[in-house]
Design a protein around this ligand. Structure first.
Ligand code: RAM
Length: 486
C-alpha cells in the first residue's frame, strides 16, 4: 500500500480552483444609533466573507463602536436567541460576532460564514453611525456554467432540483464539506452522496479524487478502519472516529468513482485501502457471518434516536461487497472470486439469522428485536430480500409508527435507492416530494441536515439552533431526478 505522504501529495495535485462571486445585499446603506439594527438579505444562501464600511453620520465618533453581527442560514436562525442554546455541540458554531471598531474604516471580516441573512445591531456608539458598501464574497468549487437544467416536466421536482444543486454547490469548497456552517469538514458518508450528485451536475472530478486521497492518507484504527472524517485546515488531521458503515461506504465511493470515470490509476492507488476496509469488517463477523457489536461509536446509519444498527450495518456490508466485487471483475483483480463468493454466503446467513419468518420482517436479538425502516431498507439494498417480498416489506414499514423512521435526508436517500432498486419509481417520487418538497414548502434555499415534517424542532444535537441548514447529504434529489429521469 502507498504511504500517507504519497496520498497527501496526490490530494494536493487535485486541489480544486475556487470560484468567487460578489453578492450585494438588498440594502445599501444604514444610519443608526444604540440599539438600532439592520437586516441584510443576500437573496440566496452563500458561503464566504462579509465586508462593509463604517463612518460617522455628522459628528466625529469619539469612542470605539461595538456591533453585534449575526449570520443566519434562514430567518429562524436570525431570530433565535443564541444565549438560550443548550445543545451538545460547541456553541461557537453559532454564527455571531461582537466587533469593536476604533475609528471609521472598511471592515473585511476574517472568518468565513454560511448564510443568506445578516443582521447588524449597533450595541454601543457615542454618536450616530453610517454603515454602507455591504458586500459578500462567496466561494465554491462548483462551476455553475457546466450545470444543465434537470429535464423534468414536474414543477416541484424542478424546484427541488434547484435547491439540491445549490446545496451541493455551497458544500463544494476545497473538499466536499458536510455543511459550510458546521462541521465544515470531510465526512465519508457525506462525500459519497455529494460525489454521486456531482457526477450528474457539476462534474468536478478533481474534488472527488482529492477527497478520496485525503481519506486514504488517514490514520486507520487498530482494527484497520479509516477515519470517518478528516480535516485539512490549518493542516491535515485525521479524525479519531472510525464508523464502520462509513469505512465501507468509502469503498463504495471508490467504486462509484471508477464507474463514472474509468480512472484505473486512482483505483490502483486505493485498492489496498479498500480491501483493508472489507477485511477489517469481515474480522468483526461471528461464526455465522453476522456482524457483531464493537466498542465506542462504531456504526452510524442515521441520527434516529435510539436506533439499533446491527442489521442495517450488515446490509451496508453486503451492499459494499457487491459493488466491490463488480469493481474487481471490471479491473480483472485476482481476488474477485474470493469477494464475490462471500456475497451469497453472507446473504443467506443474514436471512437465516436476522429475519423473523413468523412476522415477515427483519427483527432480531442483535437489534433487541427493534423494528426499523433502516434494517428493512439496508437488507433490501444488500440483496437479502428481493422482488415482491421486498416490496411488501418496504410498504409495511414506511409510515408505520411501530417502526423507527429515518430522520435525516441521508437515510432517506437510501430508502429511495431501495425503492428504485425494486422498480418503484412512482413511490420514489412520492417519497422524495414528501420530504424534500416539505423543506421547499417551508422556504428552504438549501436542504437541511435533519427534517421530520411534524417535528420541526428536531435536532440530533439537542438544540435546533445548531442544525446545519445547508447539508451535503441532502443534495441527492438532483442525482435521482437526473439519473432516473424522474
Ligand atoms: C454529523 C455531520 C456529518 C455526518 C456525521 C455522522 O456530525 O453533520 O454530516 O456525516 O454527523
Amino acid at each position: 500500500m502507498k504511504d500517507k505522504n504519497y496520498f497527501l501529495t496526490k490530494a494536493q495535485e487535485n486541489f480544486p480552483e475556487l470560484k468567487f462571486s460578489v453578492l450585494a445585499p438588498d440594502i445599501t446603506e444604514f444610519s443608526g444609533s444604540n440599539g438600532d439594527s439592520i437586516l441584510l438579505d443576500l437573496g440566496q444562501h452563500a458561503v464566504g466573507h462579509f465586508s462593509f464600511a463604517f463612518d460617522r453620520v455628522d459628528v466625529f465618533v469619539d469612542a470605539p463602536v461595538r456591533l453585534v453581527i449575526k449570520f443566519g442560514e434562514d430567518m429562524r436562525e436570525i431570530n433565535d436567541d443564541f444565549s438560550e442554546y443548550k445543545g451538545v455541540l460547541s456553541k461557537t458554531w453559532l454564527q455571531e460576532e461582537i466587533i469593536n471598531l476604533d475609528f471609521p474604516q472598511k471592515v473585511t471580516m476574517p472568518r468565513r460564514y454560511a448564510c443568506r441573512y445578516i443582521k447588524i445591531t449597533v450595541e454601543k456608539t457615542t454618536r450616530p453611525i453610517r454603515l454602507f458598501d455591504f458586500s459578500f464574497r462567496a466561494s465554491t468549487s462548483a462551476d455553475v456554467s457546466v450545470l444543465k437544467s434537470a429535464n423534468t416536466a414536474d414543477a416541484l421536482l424542478n424546484k427541488i432540483d434547484c435547491v439540491a444543486t445549490s446545496t451541493l454547490k455551497e458544500c463544494m469548497q476545497n473538499v466536499f464539506e458536510d455543511g459550510p456552517k458546521r462541521d465544515r469538514r470531510l465526512w465519508i458518508g457525506d462525500l459519497r452522496l455529494e460525489a454521486l450528485t456531482n457526477y450528474y451536475t457539476f462534474i468536478n472530478l478533481e474534488v472527488v479524487k482529492r477527497c478520496l486521497y485525503l481519506f486514504a492518507a488517514g490514520k486507520c484504527n487498530e482494527s484497520g478502519f479509516l477515519p470517518s472524517f478528516v480535516y485539512e485546515t490549518p493542516y491535515y488531521h485525521s479524525g479519531a472516529t472510525h464508523i464502520e458503515d462509513y469505512a465501507l461506504l468509502y469503498v463504495v465511493s471508490v467504486c462509484d468513482y471508477f464507474e463514472h470515470t474509468g480512472d484505473r490509476a486512482v483505483v490502483d492507488d486505493l485498492l489496498g485501502v479498500c480491501k483493508l476496509q472489507l477485511e477489517s469488517f469481515s474480522a468483526t463477523l461471528d461464526k455465522n457471518l453476522i456482524a457483531t457489536k464493537q466498542d465506542g461509536w462504531f456504526a452510524f446509519i442515521d441520527w434516529c434516536p435510539g436506533l439499533e444498527c446491527m442489521t442495517a450495518l450488515q446490509g451496508v456490508y453486503l451492499y459494499t461487497l457487491e459493488r466491490f466485487a463488480e469493481l474487481l471483475k471490471a479491473i480483472g483483480d485476482d481476488e474477485y472470486e474470493k469477494y464475490s463468493a462471500l456475497i451469497p454466503a453472507v446473504r443467506s446467513a443474514s436471512k437465516e439469522h436476522l429475519y423473523d419468518e413468523g412476522k415477515k420482517v427483519f427483527a432480531n436479538p442483535s437489534d433487541n428485536g427493534q423494528l426499523s425502516v433502516h434494517s428493512q431498507v439496508w437488507m433490501i439494498l444488500g440483496g437479502v430480500i428481493t422482488g415482491e417480498e421486498a416490496k411488501r416489506l418496504l410498504f409495511s414499514c414506511l409510515d408505520n409508527e411501530n417502526f423507527k423512521q429515518p430522520v435525516t435526508p441521508y437515510m432517506r436517500h437510501y430508502v429511495i435507492e431501495a425503492m428504485l432498486k425494486l422498480g418503484l419509481k412512482d413511490d420514489a417520487v412520492r417519497y422524495l416530494k414528501k420530504f424534500w418538497g416539505g423543506m421547499v414548502e417551508l422556504g428552504a434555499d438549501t436542504f437541511w441536515e435533519a427534517f421530520i415534517p411534524d417535528e420541526l424542532d428536531f435536532s440530533p444535537y439537542n438544540d435546533r439552533m445548531i442544525n446545519s441548514l445547508c447539508h451535503a447529504w441532502s443534495c441527492t434529489p438532483s442525482y435521482f431526478i437526473r439519473k432516473y429521469g424522474l
